[in-house]
Each structure stands twice: as structure tokens, then as C-alpha cells.
Design a protein around this ligand. Structure first.
Ligand code: ADP
Ligand code: MG
Length: 559
């Protein structure tokens, strides 16, 4: 690193704005600290310049236990970036991505295997009348960032007990998730967990006397041992087909959404710290209007009126049922082994077809085979479990291994009662013997082009859209995405799939995702995505990457 950033900025004071560019590179900022101007903005109105602040392990001074494993490093970074964001709140020139309730590997802060800390942020470089304001720039980059480091990124400045609590909470959640397969569970909700959120737009826990803490029914109660919290009891959601039933407004969707979010670790105080779902859990929903590229849907859709081949089905405008069928097949193709479906957002005609409708509309005239007829085989023959919210139809009682009834936000085990009810035949006939499995596809890497006007263009519009080259990918139905930076991470990961040659036209999507997943594991994942572009992002899962690939309207699958 060079010395003398202050002098250099003094010298450039009043110079044309573009000369900030000449400052890119590393600068020494006191003992054990380096400031790197990664990218200077082109003009005062462009997105902010990009800065990385690095503090060596000795300066940061955290107890080595706090950064002993990749999970702990992710958690420590998650805590530090939140402290830094709080500290930087009053400074409008700083743009720092602290994340929300989830603790993800993020580019905004990483902790190295040597205990060093890197903070990456946007800094709007001051430029009144398109001239460099050297003094103000130095205040922001020099004293400003030094203060941030002093107050937020050093052990001495932080409350040790809070740091430890954060790290241990995240570590426990990750351990809980990892333990689920060995326990024969797909999910776990601890007693005392607080599931409802403040609102649809506010992911923080609901407050007030009306919030009912979770309490597990005895029949489903499981005790798990976590590395820090020790023994914890709660409801285990077993593998197989699980139905969540109950009256409207009794908390069914809230429980499912908590499981959906259980693939991520949550901050202390979130209420879902000890709610976990297996890492290969994917939420599905209907999404009419989406594109589908060469998916074998025949297990769910056959004999279409137009005679289209549903073993190799494409459309630019899927219906509710075909979109959900495609999303299901794609999720299993990408490796999902737990599927979550809520009646509120599912296509009814893909879910059920009752005895009366079977009597009225002959099977030959109905292209759809409802999920109720393949959901058992999905588990038995393919190891794919399903958790389904279904308050409006009893047909699933025949196929459910477990029935959880929500009653005023309290779960009870209704399996035995459901068996009694299901013993009375409805006259419904099964329409399929088994689920045939998915066909693995080989995407054409040339169709995943991130360039626009000769440059790589990858950015997010909240959690709704990914801008990828010339395309805008609609991700509104990909419900497990956490935030805008994670959507950016998805885009960068798709680009990495191509750049590293994982998708080479010969490998299947699943094989390419296997390679990508190795690249993205742990803090090196951040480095890999940074190599595509230095930007605020969170490291995504393979399932969201696959979801974006599948929704890219330019995607072509090779024959
Ligand atoms: P359902 O899917 O059964 O119709 P929801 O899960 O949508 O019900 O919940 C209905 C309402 O109850 C929502 O506003 C939700 O926030 C609230 N709610 C859910 N669980 C709880 C709880 N444990 N305590 C208090 N309110 C809750
Ligand atoms: Mg609901």
C-alpha cells in the first residue's frame, strides 16, 4: 500500500472529478489498516465509489475462538457489519449493506481465516461543480473510516458478551440445520419461537401481548443438542408428506413461512433463531406468465388440447398450474429434497381433483394430474419430502404421513384423527401410479449472456427483479430470496457458472450447480463472486441460482 492519501487529495483539490480515478489502489491508513479504492465513480451522480477497508487480525483483536470456523467467521462478520452500519448512520456518503434478519455471507464484511476484517462499502466521492473536494474526500476516507474501524470493527470497542451471543446463535442454527437429516426430520421449530412478523413488508418479529410463542405438540416433540445452547426441545417435522391443516387465520401460513426462512440463520432476537429447515428446502408456488424451457412435465400435464409434447415442454406464458408443475420439476432437478407449498399461492387444479370433478370431467379431457397422486411417490421413490398447507381440501388426508393442525397458533398432532376421517372412502380414484422423476437438462451457456452494450451488467431491483445483461428476470415468485444484494449474488453466480466453465454445454444444470456450490461454500464464495464484480451482494444458494436460470427468457436448453 502507498502512503500519503491525505497529501494526494490535498493536491487534487479543485481538479476535474475524473481524476479520482488516479487514486484507485491500496493506501496505508495507520497501523494494521489498509484502505483500497476499488473503483472511483465516474461523476458525482454515478453510483458511489467502491472502497474496501482492511484491518489485520492483531488490530481487530477478536478472540480466535470467534473466527475459528467458516460459520463463526460469517457470524462475526455479520455482527461487525451491523455495528458499522449503526455507526455510519449519520453519514450519508457511506453506503453499507448490513443485511436484514438473516446472517449470510456478504461482500460488505468478511472475516479472514487470520482474524482480519474487511469492510466493503460505497462512498459517494464529493464533487461540487464536478471538481474534486479534496478536504471532504479525505474526511470521509481518512478520519471517517478510521473512526468507523475504531468504533465498530475492533474487539476493544464492542461488548464481548454481545459478540459471542451473536456468533453462538448463528452457530447453533447452522448445527441444528445440519442435524436434521440424521434425525429423519426436514424441519424443526423450537419451543418458545416467535413466528409472526411485524407485517408483510417488515420481517422483524411481531410485538405485543397477542403474539403466541410456539409450543410443540407432545407427539412431535424432539430434543436436539446444540453446541452452545445445549438441549433444546421443539417440534420436529418428519420426512415424508406432512400436511398443515386448520381454520383460516389460525397460523398455518405463518408456520410454513418460518420453515421457508429456516434455510437461513437469523440474528438474536429474531424469534426464529432456532427454527430450521433442511438446506435443500425449496418453496414452490404458482406463477402464471413465466417462461418454461424444455421441462418434462408429463407427470403433471399431458394431452394438452393443442397436442404439445409435455415431456419436452416450453412456453413463454405458462398457466398457473403448468408454472407450478415446472417449478416443482426444476426444483427437484436442482437438487431440492424438501418442497414447501401453501394453498394460498398454489394452483388449485394442480393440487387437487376431487371425486365429483372426476365424475364430471373424464380423465381424457383433463390434462392435469394433481400432485395428490404423486406426492407419495415423490418421497418413496425419489426421497423428496413435502410440507403442504391445505385447509380447504381433505383429499390429502389419504396421502399424508403426518397431519399438524394449527389451532389458535398452537400446533397439535391430528394424524390419528385424520386417519379415522380418511377411512371413509370418498370414491376418488388415483390418477397416477408414481412420479417418474425429472429429466436433467443441459443449458446452453451462450444463452446466459450478462453483457449489455459490451459490458457486464448484473444488478437487482429489490428482491423482485434481476437485471442480467439485456434481460430482466422476474424473481417475484422465488420467495426464499432474502434481499436485493442476494439477488445480485444470484446474478453474479449465474455469470460464474459460465465464466468458470461449469456450464459448458455438456454438463447438466445439476452437475454445474454441484461445482458452483463448492465454489460458493464458505467465505471463499465471497471472493469468487467478487472476482466477477465488486458490489454489494450476499452469497446465494444453488436453488435460487437455478430459479434465475430457469426464469431467464433467453435460456436455451440443448438437445
Ligand atoms: P392461515 O394461513 O392459517 O390463514 P396465517 O398464518 O396467515 O393464517 O396467520 C393469520 C394471522 O395471524 C397473521 O396476521 C399472522 O401474523 C398472525 N399470527 C400467526 N401466528 C401467530 C402467533 N403465533 N401469534 C400471534 N399472531 C400470529
Ligand atoms: Mg394461509
Amino acid at each position: 500500500p502507498r502512503d500519503g492519501l491525505e497529501r494526494e487529495l490535498e493536491r487534487l483539490d479543485g481538479a476535474p472529478y475524473g481524476r479520482y480515478r488516479g487514486l484507485t489502489g491500496a493506501w496505508r491508513l495507520g497501523t494494521g489498516r489498509t484502505l483500497r479504492l476499488v473503483r472511483a465513480q465516474a461523476d458525482p451522480f454515478a453510483p458511489p465509489g467502491r472502497v474496501a477497508l482492511w484491518i489485520d487480525g492483531r488490530e481487530a483483536g477478536f478472540d480466535p475462538e470467534l473466527w475459528a470456523t467458516p460459520v463463526r467467521r460469517r457470524a462475526l462478520a455479520g455482527y461487525l457489519v451491523r455495528c458499522a452500519a449503526r455507526e455510519a448512520r449519520g453519514e450519508r456518503a457511506y453506503h453499507l449493506d448490513a443485511g436484514g434478519q438473516e446472517v449470510l455471507d456478504r461482500s460488505s464484511c468478511t472475516v479472514g481465516a487470520d482474524g482480519s476484517v474487511t469492510l466493503r462499502l460505497g462512498v459517494a466521492l464529493p464533487g461540487p461543480r464536478r471538481r474534486i473536494d479534496g478536504r471532504e474526500a479525505w474526511r470521509l476516507l481518512g478520519p471517517g473510516l478510521t473512526r468507523l474501524a475504531d468504533r465498530a470493527l475492533r474487539a476493544g470497542a464492542l461488548e464481548a458478551a454481545r459478540v459471542r451471543e451473536f456468533v453462538e446463535t448463528v452457530e447453533d442454527a447452522a448445527a441444528l440445520r445440519a442435524a436434521l437429516p440424521g434425525l429423519g426430520l426436514v424441519g424443526f421449530v423450537a419451543d418458545g419461537a416467535l413466528l409472526p412478523r411485524r407485517s408483510g413488508a417488515d420481517d422483524r418479529p411481531a410485538r405485543g401481548a397477542g403474539v403466541v410463542p410456539f409450543r410443540s405438540p407432545e407427539e412431535l416433540r424432539v430434543t436436539v443438542t446444540l453446541p452452545n445452547a445445549g438441549e433444546v426441545t421443539g417440534m420436529g417435522v418428519p420426512e415424508g408428506v406432512t400436511l398443515i391443516v386448520g381454520g383460516g387465520f389460525h397460523g398455518k401460513s405463518t408456520l410454513l413461512r418460518a420453515l421457508e426462512a429456516g434455510v437461513w440463520d437469523h440474528v438474536p432476537g429474531d424469534g426464529r433463531e432456532r427454527v430450521a429447515a433442511r438446506a435443500d428446502t425449496v418453496k414452490l408456488r404458482a406463477e402464471d406468465g413465466r417462461r418454461v424451457e424444455r421441462v418434462d412435465l408429463h407427470a403433471f400435464v399431458d394431452h394438452l388440447p393443442g397436442g404439445a409434447d409435455t415431456t419436452d415442454f416450453s412456453t413463454d406464458n405458462a398457466s398457473g398450474s403448468t408454472s407450478q408443475a415446472a417449478s416443482l420439476c426444476e426444483a427437484v432437478e436442482a437438487g431440492a429434497r424438501v418442497l414447501l407449498i401453501d394453498e394460498d399461492t398454489a394452483a388449485t387444479n394442480l393440487m387437487i381433483r376431487d371425486a365429483r370433478m372426476q365424475a364430471l370431467v373424464a380423465k381424457e379431457r383433463e390434462p392435469l394430474t394433481p400432485l395428490v397422486d404423486s406426492v407419495r411417490s415423490l418421497h418413496r421413490d425419489h426421497g423428496v419430502s413435502t410440507v403442504l398447507v391445505m385447509g380447504g381440501s381433505g383429499d390429502y388426508l389419504d396421502v399424508a404421513d403426518r397431519v399438524i393442525m394449527m389451532d389458535a397458533y398452537r400446533p397439535t398432532d391430528a394424524t390419528a384423527r385424520a386417519r379415522e376421517v380418511a377411512a371413509v372412502p370418498t370414491g376418488r380414484r388415483a390418477e397416477a401410479e408414481s412420479f417418474p422423476g425429472v429429466v436433467h437438462r443441459r443449458p446452453d451457456p451462450a444463452s446466459l449472456d450478462a453483457t449489455a452494450k459490451g459490458r457486464t451488467r448484473i444488478r437487482s431491483r429489490g428482491t423482485d427483479y434481476l437485471v442480467f445483461g439485456e434481460h430482466e428476470v422476474d424473481l417475484r415468485a422465488v420467495e426464499q430470496l432474502t434481499d436485493g444484494p442476494q439477488v445480485t449474488g444470484v446474478g453474479l453466480a449465474v455469470e460464474l457458472l459460465v465464466r468458470r466453465g461449469h456450464l459448458d454445454g455438456r454438463r447438466t444444470l445439476a452437475q454445474a450447480l454441484d461445482l458452483l456450490e463448492t465454489d460458493l461454500a464458505g467465505p471463499e464464495g465471497v471472493a469468487g463472486l467478487l472476482s466477477v464484480h465488486d458490489e454489494d451482494f450476499a452469497v446465494p444458494r444453488r436453488y435460487e441460482v437455478a430459479a434465475a436460470v430457469n426464469r431467464l427468457r433467453a435460456l436455451r436448453v440443448l438437445r
